[in-house]
Design a protein around this ligand. Structure first.
Ligand code: ZN
Length: 179
């Protein structure tokens, strides 16, 4: 049916045409909305995939670091990059570090493992809460404390001369230059 000029249309015909246009408008709007939702959904899926990938990478790195740390002898000595974790000197390759808030911890300069007094910060900030938590699982606390104490004993086994960190860095650079 050819379109008649508006003036030639009856009121009913005008209403019908307006209704049809309105419907078409709504249909288009819905289509656009659907496309938008689809795009947003795809974007979100991409984001989720990226986050998953990132998390897996971080987890892998953490696991590798843990493996390396449990393989490390935490000792000085051993030449070359491949022996970074195989120190064979009698002295431990550890230093004591102090945080700005006074907490001291032991650090292996080869594998970067840290030994910290369990719940040290909580003990400092909220002694009551600290006592409460320790009371709840005394065994776990004592085990963690014993591991920390063992690390501080490694420190006292160290020869007291100089800074371990500087010695190790220099040794590593020398090895690189020789290669
Ligand atoms: Zn180590």
């Amino acid at each position: 049916m050819a379109l008649k000029k508006t003036a030639e249309l009856t009121d009913d015909q005008v209403s019908a045409e307006l209704a049809a246009l309105d419907l078409e408008e709504k249909r288009l709007r819905l289509e656009l909305l659907r496309e938008q939702v689809e795009r947003e959904r795809a974007k979100r899926m991409q984001l989720i995939e990226a986050i998953k990938k990132q998390a897996a990478t971080i987890l892998k790195a953490q696991q590798r670091r843990k493996r390396e740390q449990s393989a490390c002898s935490h000792k000085k000595g051993g030449r070359g990059r491949e022996n970074i974790l195989n120190g064979n000197a009698p002295e431990f390759s550890i230093v004591v570090q102090t945080e700005a808030w006074g907490e001291t911890y032991v650090l292996c300069t080869r594998c970067l493992k840290e030994w910290r007094k369990p719940l040290a910060v909580l003990q400092l900030v909220n002694p009551l809460k600290f006592k409460e938590i320790v009371k709840k699982d005394k065994k776990a606390y004592i085990a963690a404390l014993e591991e920390f104490n063992a690390a501080t004993r490694m420190m006292t086994d160290n020869s007291p001369s100089g800074s371990t960190l500087v010695e190790f860095r220099q040794g590593f650079e020398d090895d690189e230059n020789a290669a």
